[in-house]
Design a protein around this ligand. Structure first.
Ligand SMILES: CC(=O)N[C@H]1[C@@H](OP(=O)(O)OP(=O)(O)OC[C@H]2O[C@@H](n3ccc(=O)[nH]c3=O)[C@H](O)[C@@H]2O)O[C@H](CO)[C@@H](O)[C@@H]1O
Ligand SMILES: C=C(OP(=O)(O)O)C(=O)O
Length: 419
């Protein structure tokens, strides 16, 4: 077990290169199992624990994986030996559920253990199952394993009851090799949904409409390997943009798509930070007292739930009162208790955190209760007076590549040690 030790009080300055998007890459890797011929060469893969997990899972299925230079990998899934994924790795991470759709699409059968992921709410998969069943699969859950079988998959119309990133992508994965046309309505429009659709189209799929409310998928006979580069990580970029404002610093995030960052940029500007958009960069500069704002998390293009917790740390030290209403997950305010150990003045009522800005936070021993809560504690440590120790950083490693190295480069006093 490791922990992070942070000496707070430095204004962070400089440029930070943003990695490939976790939530796109963790869907694209499972999608490679749909390729019955050829190799997929995928660039801009983030060096995070969830990716290591997926590499092991795909190897266990019989896929051949080679790690290439410059964050690229090659996956040859043409000779998979099993459609069963029932290991600790599968149970540990969220995105392993994409193997349900991908293996069902490829083999018309799959056995995949239920996923893990951040403990931020109930996180059911009923909409995934509804989609698979509509395509003609029989689905049961036995002893913690999702069992899927189908004579054949046939395209149909599916209207999702809730807007779900996971269900949209998973049903898309199952439908690309189905007979006929599948129409998905009330779908998620996140940049990673579009990225996965683009990847599948590069493999030979026929998907139109990703990024809008309706996705239309014309089934094809087979998919093959391709070359692809994953989009930049919207949430990693948001974390550094928020850290710039929180540490009264000046950070430019590079290798980003500024359009994807607009919900974050708009809130930071509303608070009083300077936000300058470049072609593939965004600079955030502290230029004087920041004031409280209200945030409601919503599906894209609304404010992302994955950036809410880091924003909470920032709002804990700005002038006045802020409200953060979490509409996606019922239990995504666990970081608040940790922030309170550092002197924050926050009350949670139902799904809303009521934050009254304080003059300063003070260093304490805290834990990462989940991935983004961990990032929120790191930012808290960076602005606090004295030393902060962040425990349970395995959550952070699931989604941030070398978080301490990137912050160190910007001037932070942060190190990783054995706990
Ligand atoms: C690996 C990955 O990409 N994780 C992201 C993905 O999670 P994930 O795909 O799990 O999140 P969803 O978009 O599916 O969840 C959105 C909401 O729909 C509900 N729901 C979802 C599926 C379902 O079958 N039934 C149902 O009721 C969930 O409980 C939640 O309230 O999108 C979330 C919302 O942007 C992000 O916070 C996660 O970082
Ligand atoms: C909630 C997240 O991850 P996961 O869905 O993988 O648990 C996240 O990336 O913020």
């Amino acid at each position: 077990m490791e922990k992070l030790i942070i000496e707070g009080g430095t204004s962070l300055k400089g440029e930070v290169d943003i990695n490939g998007a976790k939530n796109a890459a963790v869907a694209i890797l499972p999608a490679t199992v749909l390729a019955s011929k050829g190799k997929c060469i995928i660039e801009n893969i983030p060096d995070i624990e969830d990716i290591q997990c997926l590499k092991r899972i795909i190897s266990d299925l019989g896929g051949k994986i080679q790690t290439l230079e410059d964050n690229s990998i090659e996956i040859d899934a043409s000779n998979l030996t099993t459609y069963e994924a029932c290991t600790e790795d599968v149970r540990k991470m969220r995105a392993s559920y994409y193997l349900d759709g991908a293996l069902l699409g490829r083999f018309k059968k799959a056995k995949v253990d239920l996923p893990g992921g951040c403990p931020i709410g109930v996180r059911p998969i009923d909409q995934h199952i509804k989609g698979f069943e509509a395509l003609g699969a029989h689905v049961s859950i036995e002893h913690g394993t999702v069992i899927l079988t189908a004579e054949k998959l046939v395209g149909t119309s599916i209207f999702f009851d809730v807007v779900s990133v996971g269900a949209t992508i998973n049903v898309m994965l199952a439908a690309v090799l189905a007979e006929g046309v599948t129409t998905l309505e009330n779908v998620a429009k996140e940049p990673h949904v579009v990225d996965v659709a683009n990847f599948l189209n590069s493999m030979g799929a026929d998907i139109k409409g990703a990024g809008t409310d309706v996705i239309r998928i014309k089934g094809v006979e087979e998919l093959s390997g391709c070359n692809y580069s994953v989009i930049p990580d919207q949430i990693e970029a948001a974390t550094f943009m928020i850290a710039a404002a929180a540490t009264k610093g000046d950070i430019t995030v590079t290798n980003v798509i500024p359009k994807h960052l607009e919900p974050i940029s708009a809130k930071l500007a509303e608070m009083g930070a300077e936000v300058i958009q470049g072609d593939d960069s965004v600079r955030v500069r502290y230029k004087g007292t920041l004031k409280g704002v209200n945030i409601k998390t919503l599906p894209y293009p609304g404010f992302p739930t994955d950036a809410q917790q880091t924003m909470c740390t920032l709002l804990s030290v700005v002038e006045g009162r802020s409200l953060i209403t979490e509409t996606i997950y019922e239990a995504r305010h666990k970081h608040v208790d940790e922030l309170k150990k550092m002197g924050a003045n926050i009350k949670v009522e139902g799904r809303t955190a009521i934050i009254d800005g304080v003059d300063k936070l003070t260093g304490a021993i805290v834990k990462a209760t989940d991935l983004r809560a961990g990032a929120a504690m790191v930012i808290a440590g960076l602005i606090a007076e004295g030393t902060t120790q962040v425990y349970n950083i395995e959550h952070i490693d699931r989604g941030y590549p070398h978080i301490e190295k990137k912050f160190s480069k910007l001037g932070a006093n942060i190190s990783r040690v054995d706990a």
